[in-house]
Structure formats: structure tokens, C-alpha cells
Design a binder for this molecule. Sequence first.
Ligand SMILES: Cc1cc2nc3c(=O)[nH]c(=O)nc-3n(C[C@H](O)[C@H](O)[C@H](O)COP(=O)(O)OP(=O)(O)OC[C@H]3O[C@@H](n4cnc5c(N)ncnc54)[C@H](O)[C@@H]3O)c2cc1C
Length: 335
Amino acid sequence: METADFIVIGGGIAGASVGYELSLHGKVVVLEMEASAGYHSTGRSAAVMSENYGPALWSRLVTASRAFLEAPPDDFTDVPLVTPRGALFLARDGEQAQLQAQAEEMLRRGATIEMTTAQEALRFCPVVRDSEFASALYEPDCKDIDTNALLTGYLRALRKNGGTFIPDARVQSLQHSQGTWQASSPRGNFEAPVVVNAAGGWVQEIAELAGLSFRNVVPFRRTAVVFDPPAGSAIQGWPMTFDVAETFYFKPEAGLGSWCRPSIWLLLLPAKHRPTNWKSPLRSIESTAARRWRSGRSATNGAGCAHSHRIMNPSSDETRSSPVSFGLPGKAAMA
Ligand SMILES: Cc1cc2nc3c(=O)[nH]c(=O)nc-3n(C[C@H](O)[C@H](O)[C@H](O)COP(=O)(O)OP(=O)(O)OC[C@H]3O[C@@H](n4cnc5c(N)ncnc54)[C@H](O)[C@@H]3O)c2cc1C
């Protein structure tokens, strides 16, 4: 039995960051069920930092994180954690009031924004299908987060402070007696007075192991579609691009693996698109790959269960199946 002051369950950004902060105060063990850190939501995030996106609480959390991301401690990283990206929100006819409301909320939060037409928005992102959209809002201050540098920075600092990150250590049981928790895993048993549940989509599972009741949180599978950019496009400067109804968003992304050269991501949101509806956002993007998807020439495989679907990467070799699927918290009712 290995003893510590804190056991952190989950090696995503929540577990790594809280593990680092706690390592300033005591001995920390971070237990991760996968073979590497950041395997689930953290490694699949669109990775943008915007104080003007989402509910006010998100905004406050981002504001609270900004100072660290812009000026991390010495030795934390040798690359910038955040770099400029910009965000573009597109509204169809009938969605203009929503765009206006978003603009007003962003102004209330102190954002710099530019209202423009969809056609003028082509200067930010030339693949937008401007005939589909009426107007647009551009936010220049949205930034990219280097999530890999952030995650590895936290884990490196954790180790430097005497903490341990243990992969392949799925917590299978939690027992509490005489003021301490015992956690069992395939990598051994651990004991500490404090356990932090940072298990992302699996928080409920961990809460139940600890004998606690919890809200109905289950991991959902979500799918990212990776496109090759249209030939000759200089995509790196394109903004994160949303439709204001948030049926889709995409951004340039690089370095996801050998199957993913510098590419456009299109991330489909299962909260608003049931698996059967996965094709609809693709109408908004002009690219050979998207046209192939729309015309149904890309191989697809239907839903294997109620709330997941698999999409083949259509960018070149259609036998090269590369769905990007991952667990994230969600309510069972969304399935
Ligand atoms: C498609 C997408 C786009 C996003 N875009 C953005 C964005 O642009 N900007 C932004 O700020 N956020 C974004 N997010 C949100 C952000 O990625 C998440 O909020 C964040 O990564 C959650 O981190 P986490 O550590 O809580 O969860 P996770 O990264 O899922 O980590 C939880 C970990 O717990 C581990 N675990 C589970 N059960 C056990 C167990 N029994 N024992 C041991 N380990 C266990 C899992 O393996 C996992 O590694 C996005 C998320 C998604 C899915």
C-alpha cells in the first residue's frame, strides 16, 4: 500500500492541474486508467480560450485562468501556452436576433467585436459558404491553447514537487476507514486522507465507488471530422468558426497523428445533433472532402448504440478509418 496526502483520480487537465496545485502542499498520486494522460476530453478539445463564449460562469473561469496561461511559472513550459486565433460566428436568415444578442452579451463582457456580412467574413475564412449565411460577428481576442504543453507542464511540475502520475491505473474500488481512503487499481493500492474525483465523464462511477450519490452523468461519445484543407489554402490563420446556432464549429488544427496532417477540424456537437443528423453541418463548408461527404460518397457506419456514431475520415483513403471519439460528461437524457 502506497501512502500519500492526496489521491487524484483522472489524468486529464482537471486531474493534472489540481494535482500540481496540491503538490505544493503535500504528496500527490494521480491515477489514470488509460496508458497516457489526456486521452479523453483533454486530448480532443478544440483548445480555444475565449472569455466571451458560453455562459457567464465559463467566462469567469476563463478570466481566472488567463494570468496563468499567459504567464506560467518559470520552467513550466518553453513554448507559449496561448497564441492568437480569433473566432467567427455566422448567422443564417432568421438567426440574426441571436447573433445580435450574442454581440450585446460580448460587449457587456468587455469584448472587442466586429459585426460584418457573411460575404465580408470571407476575408477571415474563405471556405465559408456565404450564400447560406446572412451576417457574421468576429472576435479577434479568442486564443488557441497548447493543451499538450499545458498538460505536460502540469505533470512535469507535479513530479518536480515529489508527486507521481501513474498510467494504466483504473481505480476499481474505494474504501474509507479510520479517516483514510484506500484506492485499488491494477498498478497497486493507494491510501490517502483525501481523494479528488477528476474523472471527467466518469465522475459518477467514481462517486458511486465512494458510496456517494451523484447527478446522472455518463460519458458520451463525440465525433470529430478531420478534413484536408482545399488545395493551396493557407489555413493556419483562419479563426475558430461557429454557426451561431452552434450546429457546428471548426478550426485549423495540426499534429494530431500520422493520419492528421495540418487540417480543418469540424466537430459535430451531439447535444444538438443526434447521430442521425450528423451530415447537416457539412453543407456549410466548401471543400472537396465536404462535397464528398454531402454527396454520400464517403463511407459511413451507422450508430452502434443510441448516443454514438462513427464517421470514416473522408480526406483521402476511405479505408483509413479515423474517427476521433471520446468520452465527455453529459446527461443521460441527451442520448
Ligand atoms: C470536442 C470538445 C471540444 C472542446 N473545446 C474546448 C475549448 O475549445 N476550450 C476549452 O476550454 N475547453 C474545451 N473543451 C472542454 C475541455 O476539453 C474539458 O472541459 C476538459 O478537457 C475536461 O478535462 P477533465 O480532466 O475534466 O476530463 P478528461 O480529460 O476526460 O479526464 C478525465 C480522466 O479520468 C480518467 N478516468 C476515468 N475513470 C477513471 C478511473 N476509474 N480511474 C482512473 N482514471 C479514470 C479518464 O481516463 C480521463 O483521462 C472541449 C471538449 C470537447 C469534448
